[in-house]
Design a protein around this ligand. Structure first.
Ligand SMILES: Cc1cc2nc3c(=O)[nH]c(=O)nc-3n(C[C@H](O)[C@H](O)[C@H](O)COP(=O)(O)OP(=O)(O)OC[C@H]3O[C@@H](n4cnc5c(N)ncnc54)[C@H](O)[C@@H]3O)c2cc1C
Length: 349
C-alpha cells in the first residue's frame, strides 16, 4: 500500500466545512483530511465571517456569468438543505415562508430570463399582486425557503467531520504553501480561507445586523427606495431573530454603529410582522458586525498546479452568499479534484 496521504483543507468557515464533508465521501483508503484554521466554530473573530451570517436563502436574479453560476450552486444547495432539514434536526436548518418586497426593482427584476435563472426550482413560488404588497412596494414574491442558525450549523458540520474521521489543527498560515508542510505527505491543499492570500481581487463587505429575542415566523426582505435593504431572519432552535442589514464594501470598522442599529430596528418595526409578545419593542441580544469575504467576479474555484507537481485547489471569495451556495461550491470543488485525480471516482457512501 502506498504512503498515507493527507489532504489539508485551509479554513473552517461554511465553505471549508461543507467542502471537507463532501471530500470525505471520496477518500481512498490511504487518504485522510486535516482541517487547518485560525478560527473554528465557537471562535468569534470579526475576521471569521461564518458565525455572523443571518442566514437565509434569497435568490438573486441576473444574467452575468457570476450570477448564473451562483444561481446554479444555490439551487443545488436548496435541494441539499431540504434533506438536511428533513433528516438532521440538530443542524439548525428550517424551511419557512420567504417574502420579498421591492420598492424600486432593478432592471433584472423585470427581465423574465434573469428571474428564471434565479427562481427556477423554488417551491410554492408566486408573484404577489399589487393588492397583496404593502404600500410603496412595486414588486413582490413569496416562496418556500430555508433559514438556518449559523453558529449551530457550522458546529454541527465540524462535529460531523470529526465523527467521520477528520482531524483538526488550529494554526495561522502566513503563506498558502505552508499547508504542504503541515504533515508528512501532503500533495493537495484545498484553500477555503474566505479572503484568499493577497489576492488583489479580494475585498470585504462589512455587514451590521442586530440579533433580537423577538420571534417572527417568515424571512422577509425589503429593498428600500434608497437602495438599502431591510430583512428579518428567524434563527431555528431558539436562536432569536436577525434584523439587518448593511452592505458596506471596504469598510473595516469592527465596531457596531448605534445609529445603524436604530435605523435597522425602526425599519423592522415599520415593516415586519413581529408577534404580539414583542410588545412593539425590540429586546436586543447583541449587535453583529461581520466581514463578507468578497471577490471581483465571484468565487475562485480553480486548481493551481505547483512546479513540483503538488496542487492547490482554491475555493474562496463567497461574499454575501457563502451559505446559499455552500453545497454547490463543495460539489464543484470535489468535481475539480476528481477531474485532476486527487480523489477517487466512486463515493465511499
Ligand atoms: C451580517 C452578515 C449576514 C450574512 N447573511 C448571509 C445569509 O443570509 N446567507 C448567506 O448565504 N450568507 C450570508 N453572509 C455571508 C456568509 O457569512 C459568508 O459568505 C460566509 O461565511 C463565508 O464563508 P467562508 O468559509 O468563505 O469564510 P469564513 O467564514 O470567514 O472562514 C474562513 C476560514 O479561513 C480561516 N483562515 C483565514 N485565513 C487564515 C490563515 N492565514 N491561516 C489559517 N486559517 C485562516 C479562518 O480562520 C476561517 O476558519 C452574511 C455575512 C454577514 C457578515
Amino acid at each position: 500500500m502506498s504512503e498515507p496521504e493527507t489532504i489539508v483543507i485551509i479554513g473552517a468557515g461554511v465553505i471549508g466545512l461543507s467542502t471537507a464533508l463532501h471530500i470525505q465521501q471520496y477518500l481512498s483508503p490511504n487518504q485522510s483530511v486535516l482541517l487547518v484554521a485560525r478560527d473554528f466554530p465557537s471562535d468569534t473573530s470579526v475576521n471569521y465571517t461564518s458565525p455572523w451570517a443571518g442566514a437565509h436563502y434569497r435568490p438573486v436574479p441576473g444574467s452575468s456569468p457570476q450570477v448564473i453560476r451562483e444561481a446554479n450552486q444555490a439551487q443545488r444547495t436548496y435541494e441539499f438543505m431540504k434533506r438536511v432539514a428533513a433528516h438532521e434536526p440538530a443542524a439548525g436548518v428550517k424551511f419557512v415562508q420567504g417574502i420579498e418586497h421591492l420598492e424600486a426593482p432593478p432592471r433584472e427584476y423585470e427581465d423574465a430570463e434573469s428571474l428564471r435563472n434565479a427562481h427556477a426550482g423554488l417551491d410554492e413560488y408566486r408573484r404577489l399582486s399589487s393588492s397583496e404588497v404593502p404600500s410603496g412596494v412595486k414588486w413582490g414574491i413569496q416562496y418556500k425557503t430555508w433559514v438556518l442558525n449559523s453558529p449551530v450549523y457550522i458546529a454541527y458540520m465540524l462535529r460531523k467531520f470529526i465523527l467521520k474521521g477528520g482531524r483538526t489543527r488550529q494554526y495561522v498560515l502566513g503563506n498558502l504553501k505552508e499547508g504542504f508542510f503541515l504533515e508528512r505527505n501532503v500533495r493537495t491543499v484545498v484553500h477555503c480561507s474566505g479572503l484568499g492570500f493577497e489576492d488583489p481581487k479580494s475585498f470585504i463587505i462589512r455587514g451590521q445586523t442586530c440579533l433580537v429575542r423577538n420571534p417572527v415566523s417568515a424571512t422577509i426582505t425589503r429593498q428600500n427606495k434608497d437602495g438599502t435593504w431591510s430583512f428579518c431572519i428567524p434563527r431555528p432552535l431558539d436562536g432569536g431573530t436577525v434584523i439587518g442589514g448593511t452592505k458596506e464594501p471596504g469598510n473595516w470598522d469592527p465596531n457596531p454603529s448605534m445609529e445603524t442599529r436604530a435605523t435597522l430596528l425602526a425599519n423592522a418595526k415599520k415593516w415586519f410582522p413581529f408577534t404580539l409578545e414583542s410588545g412593539g419593542e425590540f429586546d436586543v441580544i447583541r449587535d453583529i458586525v461581520g466581514r463578507r469575504p468578497a471577490r471581483e467576479g465571484g468565487m475562485r474555484i480553480e486548481v493551481e498546479k505547483m512546479n513540483d507537481g503538488r496542487q492547490v485547489v482554491h475555493a474562496y471569495g463567497a461574499g454575501g452568499r457563502g451559505y446559499e451556495i455552500s453545497r454547490g461550491v463543495a460539489e464543484d470543488t470535489v468535481a475539480l479534484m476528481l477531474e485532476n485525480g486527487l480523489l477517487r471516482e466512486k463515493a465511499a457512501l
